[in-house]
Design a protein around this ligand. Structure first.
Ligand code: BTN
Length: 285
């Protein structure tokens, strides 16, 4: 119902973020990110896709800009699927950063973003139960709670101004009936898992804080990889993957140096490294 909605506000998000940073510095300084990111926060009632709009708004000098929208008219997921979310219930955002990383390391960004979102889900639900489904879907108890779409954009003058755009759809206050009936995967939200309504401004601030923590560790990816493997939905499971090389079947054995998925196609056979895949399905044993 409309009166239940607390609308997003850039000022409230900034306020919660400042408070979160102060809390962590006072009580759990060891968890503080190496450097806070200078987020420029905007909130829009409607846009086509936050991934596109944040790029249109960014100036080359900006290193951390984030755009939230209450509604998207052309929200998209990976594989070109549409991303649906009812107005005022969830978080739809895109964070633009300009990492000082060689292009071959950029896949780490989407892995770090997955960990950042997962941390917010676990903290909110006071659990350690959420999982990452490669490349970066966040699952809770076998249901999808967040999706992430990372895109690289370059200005006409090339890599010097390249940006990573981290698009995140996090289901916060969605109810069962909020999800389309024909979803390809079961979905859930913080509200469905906790039985309570969440202040989206606070969750948004937690997400920005978590992003700065994990994005600040891209140069120590082996640590992040251990963390990802510890919460992997696919590790040691038999899967089918639709890939640019065709359909593959195998057991997931781990992650490579930059977060690529390792797939053993038969016991003792060649291990294949997947850089991308359209659809990954677990084969239930
Ligand atoms: C997926 O699971 O396929 C990724 C979904 C990503 C959706 C988010 S919503 C905010 C941002 N803007 C978009 O158009 N997509 C991402």
């Amino acid at each position: 119902m409309m009166e239940d909605i607390s609308w997003l506000s850039a000022r409230d998000i900034q306020r919660h973020l400042t408070r979160r940073r102060e809390e962590i510095h006072s009580y759990r300084a060891e968890e503080a990110p190496p450097a806070p990111l200078p987020w420029k926060v905007d909130v829009l009632e409607v846009t086509d896709s936050t991934n596109d709009e944040v790029w249109r708004r960014a100036t080359p000098a900006e290193t951390a800009r984030v755009l939230f929208a209450e509604r998207q008219t052309a929200g998209r997921g990976r594989r070109g699927d549409a991303w649906h979310s009812p107005v005022g219930e969830n978080l739809l955002l895109s964070a633009l950063i300009r990492p000082e990383l060689e292009p071959r390391y950029w896949p780490r960004i989407s892995q770090a973003a997955g960990l950042a979102v997962r941390q917010v889900v676990d903290d909110a639900l006071e659990q350690t139960g959420s999982q990452l489904k490669w490349p970066n879907d966040v699952y809770f108890d076998g249901r999808k709670i967040a999706g992430i779409l990372v895109e690289r954009r370059e200005s006409p003058d090339g890599m010097a101004n390249a940006a990573a755009i981290i698009g995140i759809g996090l289901n916060v206050n969605a109810q069962k009936e909020s999800f389309p009936q024909d979803l390809a995967f079961p979905a859930t939200s913080l509200r469905l898992e906790s039985g309570r309504n969440w202040d989206r401004n606070e969750v948004a601030a937690r997400l920005l804080f978590s992003l700065e923590r994990y994005l600040g560790r891209l140069d120590r990816f082996s640590e992040l990889r251990e963390e990802i493997l510890g919460c992997s939905y696919l590790l040691n499971r038999e899967v089918t993957a639709e890939t640019p090389r065709g359909s593959l079947r195998g057991r997931v054995t781990g992650l490579a140096e930059n977060g690529e998925l390792l797939l053993e196609t038969a016991p003792g056979a060649e291990t294949i490294m997947l850089y991308s895949a359209d659809r990954i399905r677990v084969i239930e044993e």
